[in-house]
Design a binder for this molecule. Structure first.
Ligand SMILES: NC(=O)c1ccc[n+]([C@@H]2O[C@H](COP(=O)([O-])OP(=O)(O)OC[C@H]3O[C@@H](n4cnc5c(N)ncnc54)[C@H](O)[C@@H]3O)[C@@H](O)[C@H]2O)c1
Length: 246
């Protein structure tokens, strides 16, 4: 049976991904800083398949221990997707070191450390797969998102050398680069837009803003053996944004 570690399992993309994996017969080890009522209800629907861990992943000293613990309880992990995170819009001139560090930690350092820990012998199965999530904001001028985008840029820089190393251990690693997806994270900034700003945003995504299912479908494909010929790639899902008529 596949066993996939999903961080941010209570969030928009994490929960949808976990549910898709469970529906496909995988077991899911879900981690989040808060365990929501809604994910507990999902766990009840899949008895013995969804294991929930409440943990602050930014306590990076404890990450290797956390991975060791889940492997000792559930056995080697066959997949990992890092969906935990948050965004904080802040103009560059008001950005504080602690805010930039917090974004860097959860979006870049944490997935690198978990990937490193999982890559150790006995912590992963043969043909395991890792999926990390980057963002369109690392490629376009998204006002107030420079620290978040910089952390996502680091995740993208990590990919090729990590893929080369992990391939020797029979682990694939790919990334999905997402445009806005309707989740609590994007709502934290889209809710602040004016009506005009919201209209312009909608117009720049001809296929609409993403639904969590759109992201989860792609993530599950990259975690599965159906994508066995794909490694070290960033796959973009952007609702037609980059090919829109301007
Ligand atoms: N939603 C978007 O528009 C969008 C676009 C591009 C990329 N992404 C990326 O997709 C991923 C998932 O985003 P989402 O939209 O589902 O976000 P979300 O806010 O819906 O969920 C994030 C989850 O992470 C958890 N979390 C936050 N800090 C944590 C910590 N320290 N330890 C453990 N858990 C923690 C939260 O509790 C939450 O459940 C993130 O990497 C995000 O940057 C999202």
């Amino acid at each position: 049976m596949e066993k996939v570690l999903v961080t941010g399992v209570c969030g928009g993309i994490g929960k949808c991904t976990a549910e898709k994996l469970l529906a496909g017969g995988s077991a899911v080890i879900g981690a989040d800083i808060e365990i929501s009522e809604s994910i507990r209800e999902t766990a009840e629907k899949y008895p013995g398949k969804l294991f929930l861990y409440q943990t602050d992943l930014t306590d990076t000293d404890g990450l290797a221990e956390f991975v060791k613990r889940i492997v000792s309880v559930h056995g080697p992990v066959s997949g990992f997707v890092h969906c935990a995170g948050f965004d904080k819009m802040m103009p560059l001139h008001l950005s504080k070191a602690r805010d930039i560090e917090a974004l860097w930690k959860i979006h870049a350092l944490v997935p690198m450390l978990i990937t490193a820990a999982l890559s150790k012998k006995n912590n992963h199965t043969e043909n395991a797969a890792v999926v990390l999530i980057t963002s369109q904001s690392a490629h376009e001028g998204a006002m107030g998102h420079s620290a978040y985008a910089a952390a996502k840029g680091a995740v993208e820089g990590f990919l090729a050398p990590a893929a080369a190393e992990l391939m020797e251990k029979n682990i694939r690693i790919n990334e999905v680069c997402l445009a806005p997806v309707k989740t609590p994270m994007s709502e934290s900034w889209t809710n602040k837009l004016t009506d005009e700003g919201r209209k312009r945003l909608a117009e720049s995504y001809p296929l609409g803003l993403g639904e969590p299912e759109d992201a989860a479908e792609l993530i599950c494909f990259l975690l599965s053996s159906e994508s066995r010929w794909i490694n070290g790639q960033i796959i973009t899902a952007d609702g037609g944004h980059s090919v829109r008529k301007v």
